[in-house]
Write a protein that binds this ligand. Structure first.
Ligand SMILES: Nc1ncnc2c1ncn2[C@@H]1O[C@H](COP(=O)(O)OP(=O)(O)O)[C@@H](O)[C@H]1O
Ligand SMILES: [Mg+2]
Length: 298
C-alpha cells in the first residue's frame, strides 16, 4: 500500500528566453510525490512550473538535473507512458470529427484493433457523460464537453495514472462539477490522479492532498482532510452597532468570544453571526504565497 505512483527527485529546469537567451530557472529542486490511488492537487499560481513538471514527468522535455520515478522505476523513454494518461492544458481536437471518431483516432495511436477501439470509445463516452453527443461534430461542443472528451482521450489506454493540466480552467460551475465527478470516479476505479490548478475550492472538494508550488519549488504538501479538521483558529463575531453598521471582532479564545457576545446582548445590540474559523487551504496557500509571488512576472 501507499506505493509511489510518481516521484520526482530534485528537478532543475532552465529555459532560455528572449533575444539575449537569458536563463530562467523554471524548476528549482522540485520534489513531488504522488501516492498510489490518491487525488493530488498541484496548486500554484500561473508560471509556478506546473506544466513544466508534467512535461518532464512525461519525458516531453528533459531537466538539467534530477530524476523521475514511476512506480519506483526510473522513467526513461516511452514504454512507461503506457502507464500514464495525460490531458494537456490546451488540448487540440479536430473540429470536424465527432467524439467517437476522435477516440477512434487516439485508439489507433495505441494500435488497438477496430473492435477494441469501438468498444473502448463507447465505454469512455458513457463514462464522461458524452454518449448522447457521440455523433456531433466537436466544433459544436462547449469547453466543458471538450474537456470531458479530453479526459476520455487520456483514459483510452486504460492508464493507472492520470495527469490533468488545469482541467477545470475556463469551465462554468456546472462544467467544473461534472469534471470533478469524473475525477472522483477515476479514483474510485483505482486510478491515481494528479491535476494542476490555481483554484483552491476544487482542491478542497476532491483532493486527498495538495502540493503547493511557487517559483519552481514545492513548498508544502498538506493532507486536505487533516487541514479541514484542524483546530479552531479564532472566533469571529459580527454584530450591528448603534447606527446599524456591521462590525467584526475576532477572539482567540472561546471564553472571550462568549463574553463578547454577552456584552453585545447587554448593550441591546443585534448579533449578526458567530463563526468559529478553522484553518483552510486558502490560509495555508496565502501563508506560503507571502513574498513569493512576483506579481510582475519574471
Ligand atoms: N518553452 C518555454 N520557454 C521559455 N520559458 C518558458 C517555457 N515554458 C515555460 N516557461 C516559463 O517557465 C515558467 C513556468 O512555466 P509553466 O511550467 O508553464 O508554469 P505553470 O504551468 O505553473 O503556469 C513560467 O515563467 C514560464 O513563462
Ligand atoms: Mg500551466
Amino acid at each position: 500500500m501507499n506505493a509511489l505512483a510518481i516521484r520526482t527527485n530534485g528537478l532543475y529546469k532552465t529555459y532560455r528566453t528572449g533575444f539575449l537567451h537569458k536563463k530562467f530557472l523554471a524548476l528549482n529542486n522540485l520534489n513531488l510525490e504522488v501516492k498510489q490511488g490518491e487525488i493530488l492537487g498541484y496548486l500554484g499560481p500561473n508560471g509556478a512550473g506546473k506544466t513544466t513538471t508534467f512535461k518532464i514527468i512525461l519525458d516531453l522535455i528533459r531537466p538539467e538535473k534530477g530524476e523521475v520515478y514511476i512506480w519506483g522505476k526510473r522513467a526513461y523513454g516511452s514504454s512507461y507512458r503506457q502507464e500514464i494518461g495525460f490531458l494537456p492544458d490546451n488540448p487540440y481536437f479536430y473540429d470536424y470529427l465527432t467524439p467517437l471518431e476522435s477516440l477512434d483516432f487516439y485508439g489507433k495511436l495505441f494500435n488497438f484493433k477496430k473492435s477494441e477501439r469501438i468498444e473502448r470509445s463507447r465505454e469512455l463516452l458513457l463514462w464522461v457523460g458524452l454518449d448522447n453527443f457521440k455523433d456531433r461534430q466537436l466544433r459544436k461542443f462547449s469547453r466543458g464537453m471538450l474537456q470531458r472528451l479530453g479526459v476520455a482521450q487520456a483514459l483510452i489506454n486504460n492508464p493507472k495514472i492520470l495527469i490533468l493540466d488545469e482541467p477545470m480552467l475556463g469551465l462554468d460551475p456546472m462544467g467544473r462539477r461534472e469534471l470533478r465527478d469524473i475525477i472522483i470516479k477515476c479514483k474510485e476505479n483505482g486510478k491515481t490522479v494528479i491535476f494542476s490548478t490555481h483554484i483552491l475550492s476544487d482542491v478542497e472538494m476532491i483532493c486527498d492532498r495538495a502540493a503547493i508550488i511557487f517559483n519552481g519549488t514545492v513548498h508544502d504538501v498538506v493532507s486536505v482532510e487533516k487541514t479541514l479538521e484542524t483546530e479552531i483558529q479564532f472566533y469571529e463575531v459580527i454584530y450591528a452597532n448603534t447606527t446599524g453598521k456591521h462590525e467584526l471582532i475576532r477572539f482567540k479564545e472561546y471564553k472571550d468570544a462568549m463574553e463578547g457576545v454577552e456584552n453585545i446582548n447587554k448593550q441591546g445590540l443585534k448579533m449578526i453571526s458567530f463563526n468559529p474559523h478553522r484553518m483552510n487551504l486558502e490560509d495555508i496557500f496565502i501563508k506560503q504565497a507571502e513574498g513569493r509571488i512576483n506579481r510582475w512576472g519574471k
